[in-house]
Design a protein around this ligand. Structure first.
Ligand code: AMP
Length: 302
């Protein structure tokens, strides 16, 4: 089933303890769409500037992503510059140049309005709500957000949370949103705000899923070489939503499988800068890593 994503397309400049990359392709919608494209057909809404090379759009199209909703506006593409210390879980933002993203008002093409699966990547919660007004009764809506909106647009964010099915955020954001440290208590508070499911991404500590009845925990895959965590959260979300859209079934079994597919896609993403590792995966790579996750957490009962 079709999966719509609305979010950022960016040029990222990133420094990690293992190297650096300058003005490489990034953005939440780019990571999400690329990751999800291994599972289902993806429709993408975003904005780029005049400086955005045709080759990047070509890459998205080659991955089978429908980029008709990526509009080109006069001006420069959004730019983000960040740095990670040895504690790779959190990026330090050094610079954000909104450029064409500043006046971005997502226009959902008519041909996308029937999308059954929707992912609202990290954008202004007012715009997330506006996107939902333009789609016709989707089956499943998930969203992301960040500290900037939790602090600056809390009321609008709370309105968005009332109407989404799934919230996927990192642990720092979840704690801030709930004004609570303990993640089990955090989950209770956030689920009371509207979402039926909360997925908390915890970087190298994996991911936790809460649905009010049960919890599910996935480790992060222990990798020998990690280069750049940028986009891990969006790649996770792409694998998670992509898998659910592929099966078309949202239940306790598929949600758990989706958490593992999300974790698998995030694990590939961190192996290289930008989208370099997830640009050209083979279906076998993903299946093998899914099986490795199963082996990693398997134990015999008595
Ligand atoms: P993550 O998956 O959380 O690592 O997301 C990383 C991506 O988010 C990068 O490629 C950035 O271009 C993008 N990004 C950073 N800041 C913002 C922002 N304020 N709004 C939208 N996208 C952003």
């Amino acid at each position: 089933m079709s999966l719509l994503v609305v979010g950022s397309v960016a040029f990222d400049s990133v420094k990690t303890p293992f190297g650096e990359a300058d003005e490489v392709l990034g953005g939440s919608a780019t990571y999400f769409a690329t990751s999800a494209s291994y599972f289902t057909d993806v429709r993408m809404v975003a904005v780029v500037g005049e400086d955005f090379p045709e080759t990047h759009l070509q890459f998205l199209k080659e991955r089978g992503i429908n980029a008709d909703g990526v509009e080109r506006q006069p001006g420069r593409t959004f730019r983000w510059r960040g740095e990670y210390g040895f504690h790779l879980n959190e990026a330090k933002t050094l610079e954000t140049q909104l450029n064409v993203f500043e006046t971005f008002h997502p226009k959902i093409p008519k041909s996308y309005a029937d999308s059954p699966f929707v992912f609202l990547a990290n954008i202004d919660p007012e715009l997330q709500l506006d996107v939902l007004r333009q789609v016709e009764g989707p089956k499943l809506v998930a969203c992301d957000t960040m500290n900037y909106w939790i602090e600056g647009k809390r009321e609008a964010l709370l309105e968005t949370l009332k109407v989404v099915d799934i919230l996927m955020i990192n642990d720092g954001e979840a704690r801030e949103l709930a004004s609570e440290f303990n993640l089990v208590k955090v989950a209770k508070k956030i689920l009371a705000l509207g979402p039926k499911i909360l997925v908390i991404k915890r970087g190298e500590y994996g991911a936790l899923m809460f649905n009010g009845k049960t919890m599910f925990a996935a480790p992060a895959f222990p990798l020998e070489s990690i280069f750049d965590p940028t986009g891990a959260g969006d790649s996770f979300a792409g694998g998670f939503m992509g898998y659910l859209a592929k099966t078309g079934e949202v239940n306790d079994v598929t949600i758990r499988q989706a958490v593992i597919y999300g974790s698998a896609m995030a694990s590939f993403n961190v192996e290289a800068f930008s989208l370099d590792r997830i640009r050209s995966l083979k279906a076998d790579d993903i299946t093998s890593r899914y099986k490795e996750f199963k082996a990693l957490t398997f134990f015999e009962s008595h």
